[in-house]
Design a binder for this molecule. Structure first.
Ligand code: C5P
Length: 220
């Protein structure tokens, strides 16, 4: 029905940061709060979807007990969980701020302070979204791009490389947009080159706008 436009649909969402362990007490992370992804999960659930939310470390609670919340720490764990469920979903939205690199070695004991200069060797993490992009059959696939410069050009490249239906741009340059904020200001870039700009809104309203676009694609 129009009340539950995602009834009988399965939606997978990645959210939050990833933590890449350096040793048992330290990690490499980022400032992602997870809010955007959790709002997307709540909105998809409210629209009737079966929701799988794969989340890095956040302070947020599961928006609804019917949402299957899988908590992970690292990019590798997020990769495992996401690729495990992807084939059974109709829609995947990658809103997680995945660490591009991880320490090559995670020390089993706390690293001791010693020399003046300390080097940490990093290796690349798999690109979760790009992996979904090459595996996808009929699924709708949506990504995010957070840029500090050349945002539209960079987003267009990601849309193409990761084989997405559309990419959501949020700029750190916009007041009230991005990581810890309650609000967000987005643009959506589609495969055909159309760029839709939205006003500054609550993340809840932004989630609704994104879902409306996804529902449009599912019904096209
Ligand atoms: O390439 P970049 O990290 O800027 O792309 C951002 C998009 O790709 C986001 O949707 C993010 O969730 C996803 N991504 C991912 N796995 C990575 C890196 C990014 O799923 N390792």
């Amino acid at each position: 029905s129009s009340n539950l436009p995602l009834r009988k649909k399965k939606v997978l969402i990645t959210a939050g940061p990833t933590y890449e362990a350096i040793d048992p007490v330290r990690f490499i992370g980022n400032h992602s709060s997870g809010k955007m992804g959790y709002e997307l999960a709540a909105a998809a659930h409210a629209a009737g979807a079966e929701v799988i939310l794969i989340s890095g470390p956040t302070h947020l609670q599961n928006p609804n007990e019917d949402i299957k919340l899988i908590r992970v720490q690292s990019a590798m764990e997020m990769f495992e969980a996401t690729t495990k469920y992807f084939s059974e979903v109709d829609v995947a939205i990658a809103s997680a701020a995945v660490s591009d690199y991880r320490p090559r070695i995670s020390a089993t004991q706390k690293i001791k302070k010693s020399s003046e200069i300390m080097e940490l060797e990093l290796v690349k993490n798999p690109d979760i979204l790009a992996t979904l992009g090459s595996a996808r059959k009929n699924q709708v696939l949506v990504g995010f791009a957070l840029e500090t410069e050349n945002e539209e050009e960079n987003a267009a490249g990601k849309l193409e490389r990761k084989n997405l239906d559309f990419i959501v741009l949020n700029s750190l340059n916009d007041q009230g947009a991005g990581f810890k904020s309650e609000t967000n200001k987005i643009k959506i870039l589609f495969r055909n080159g159309t760029l839709k700009a939205f006003d500054l809104k609550s993340k809840k309203e932004v989630a609704q706008d994104i879902l409306t676009e996804i529902i449009g694609l599912l019904n096209a």
